[in-house]
Structure formats: C-alpha cells, structure tokens
Design a protein around this ligand. Structure first.
Ligand SMILES: [Zn+2]
Length: 261
C-alpha cells in the first residue's frame, strides 16, 4: 500500500561484528543497527515494491512507494556496509556528513566521501562540529551551516543542497541560518511522513533504532505506527524546553544507563 507522503528513514552507524563503533555510550549505541538487520530491512522493502531514494529525488515526487534513506554523521559504514546493499537493490541514499568528523576513527575520510558520491550516493551536510545548533551564538551558527557547506563542497567537489540538524535540535533561528546558507532542505529528527505540502526546511524523519524490525520499517513507510513516537516527542520537547538541553541530556543519560527510571 502506498501513502500520499514519503517516509525519510534516519540511520546512523551500522554495526559490524568485531568492529568497534565510533562511540560507545548507550545513548549512541541505541542508534547502531546491525548491518545484517539493515540488509534485511532494505531487501524486505525492495521485495514489497518500495524504492529507496535520496533527498533530491524524494522531494521531486511524494507517495508512489518511495522511501527516502538517510544517514547522519558520515560513518565509514555508510560506504563499506550500507552502500553495497543499496547498490545491489538499485536504491540510493543521502549521507549527511559532519565535516570535522572526517578522518576520525570509524568515520569516512575525505577520499571516501568522494568515493561514496562516485557510487551514486548523495552527500548532505550535518554541520561542522555537531553542536546543538539551538545553543550556539549567531557567528558559530553561520560557521556550522554556511561554513560547513563551503568546506564540504570543496572536499567533495560538488554542490551540497541538503542539511540535517545535529541531535535533531532546531528552531526558527536555525531554520533561517540553513536557508541563508543556500541549502534547499533541512531534515530534523521530528517523527512523521513528509507530504508535498511539508515545509522543506522542517522535514520529518523516522529514527531507526537497534531492534527495529523489517515489518516496523515497512509500516513506517506506509505512515503507520508513528503516533506513539510523536506523542512521546511532544513530552520530550516540553521537557527540553523546561530543563534546557544540558540538564535534559544529563538526566537522559542517567535514565539510559538505568540509574533512574
Ligand atoms: Zn548526528
């Protein structure tokens, strides 16, 4: 069943047995999907007649059994693990790169970014240093958006049109900076399915977490099973607003570690 809208799936690093992940804290690891699960999910979607698109393609037509595949941070597994699976199925994706992560252990190198692009994948920008953009001053915000775009365009030798917000944090000021930097879209981590009427600077995505199974993914593509997450997010956003990002994060890391419930 196709929907009127298109789900934008948000992946991060993929887990490969015996390979250390870029970071090890529980708050990070919950986003690491085993590479074998990723393969199952993509094969299942292909079998059900869905097609994996990048952001540019997804913005051209909504619905029609398209699913937009995105990766945040620029982990090396985008290239060595996800790309071969997607290629095999005739899918493409957008990889949002954090410029200053390039070359660090577990992340792509500059050469690998060019390789990924040469394989037919779209390169997007995920800021310069991955701060919460809502917490930085105007100069830094400019560097993290326009500055990051310039650097990434030089590194990759292409135009970079799409931006995704680190930690999913954004507000009207962030949105303005991303627009002024001449990006064409901004993806958030707000849950939902995008329609042709959705603001291109407030694109929703569906967070892929460890333990997400192929049926869940299929349901998300059909726009099902998202309401519970949306309600949880409303509560979380209210908590962030009251507590501020840093207090919220310390509390959350205690909860994730099981010290508070
Ligand atoms: Zn990120």
């Amino acid at each position: 069943m196709a929907t009127r809208g298109t789900a934008f799936l948000m992946y991060h690093e993929l887990g490969i047995p015996g390979r250390a992940t870029c970071q090890s804290e529980p708050g990070y690891v919950r986003y690491v999907i085993p590479a074998s699960d990723f393969r199952d999910q993509m094969e299942w979607l292909a079998k059900e007649g869905w097609r994996g698109r990048n952001v540019t393609q997804a913005m051209e037509s909504f619905g029609d059994k398209s699913v937009c595949i995105t990766f945040d941070d620029g982990c090396e597994t985008d290239l060595i693990s996800a790309a071969p699976v997607l290629k095999e199925l005739g899918f493409v994706a957008t990889s949002y790169i954090t410029v200053e992560f390039l070359g660090k252990p577990g992340y792509m190198s500059q050469t690998q970014v060019r390789e990924l692009h040469a394989l037919g994948f779209e390169i997007g920008c995920h800021s310069l240093t991955h701060p919460y953009l809502t917490d930085v001053d105007d100069n830094r915000l400019h560097e993290e958006t326009a500055g990051a775009k310039d650097m990434l365009e030089q590194i990759a030798g292409i135009r970079v049109d799409h931006f995704s917000c680190p930690g999913g944090r954004w507000d009207a000021r962030v949105m303005r900076a991303v627009k002024q930097a001449n990006f064409r879209t901004m993806a958030t981590s707000q849950t939902g399915v995008n329609l042709s009427t959705t603001d291109p600077f407030a694109l929703t995505r569906v967070t892929m977490l460890k333990g997400t199974n192929s049926d869940d993914v299929l349901h998300y593509c059909q726009g099902k099973g998202l309401l519970r997450t949306q309600l949880k997010e409303k509560a979380r956003d209210a908590a962030k607003l009251v507590l501020g990002n840093s207090i919220y994060d310390s509390l959350r890391s205690l909860i994730v570690r099981g010290r508070l419930r």
